[in-house]
Every structure is written in C-alpha cells, then in structure tokens.
Design a protein around this ligand. Structure first.
Ligand SMILES: [Zn+2]
Length: 107
C-alpha cells in the first residue's frame, strides 16, 4: 500500500502534512508572469500534474501556464522552478516572482 496522497493535493495539505503552521490556499498568492495577474491559489484551477513526481498543478486562472505544483520533493522537475521540501512532500513555484503569503517566507 502506498501512502502517497492523491490529486488534488493542495498547498494547505502539503503544509499540514509537513507539520508546519496551518496555511490556507486562500492566503497564498502568486503572480502569473504571462498575463501579470496576481491571484490566490484558492482561485486557481487545479489539474493533475503531468510529471509523475508531481501530484497537483495550479494553473493561472487565465489558463496561461502552470504556476505552482505540489508533489514529491526530490526533485520537482519543473524547469526554473523554486522548490521547497516540506516534510515528505514539496511545493514548486514556476515563477521568479515567488509566492506571497506562504508560511515562513518563500518556499
Ligand atoms: Zn496568466
């Protein structure tokens, strides 16, 4: 039996599984570098991640690109992504602008 979580694995799920302070997807914001829209993770459409080491992808609400991924931590192979390991899982941000509202600062 695998203990791996299944899609959708939200940011708040990763954070709580990692034993960090409770977070909410509604507190996490990220700017899409394609359309320039700052948006809350809770408003972004979720889709199953394509890469097997990733679980859930957060897409820009305008459909431009995947901005965030959650998944297994080593590695999250998103080119140019910022990556953070939290417990047994990880979060990757596919933007140089980073994430705001993330507990403890930038992942
Ligand atoms: Zn966009």
């Amino acid at each position: 039996m695998s203990a791996s979580p299944e899609h959708p694995l939200g940011i708040e799920d990763v954070v709580s599984r990692g034993g960090l302070s409770p977070a909410s997807d509604s507190l996490v914001t990220i700017r899409c570098e394609v359309c320039g829209v700052m948006q809350r993770a809770s408003k972004m459409p979720l889709e199953p991640a394509e890469d097997p080491s990733e679980i859930t992808a957060y897409r820009c609400r305008n459909g431009c690109a995947v901005l965030l991924v959650t998944g297994h931590p080593s590695p999250i192979p998103l080119p140019g992504a910022q990556r953070s390991r939290i417990g047994d899982y990880g979060i990757g941000a596919n933007t140089t602008a980073g994430i705001e509202g993330f507990p403890g600062g930038q992942p």
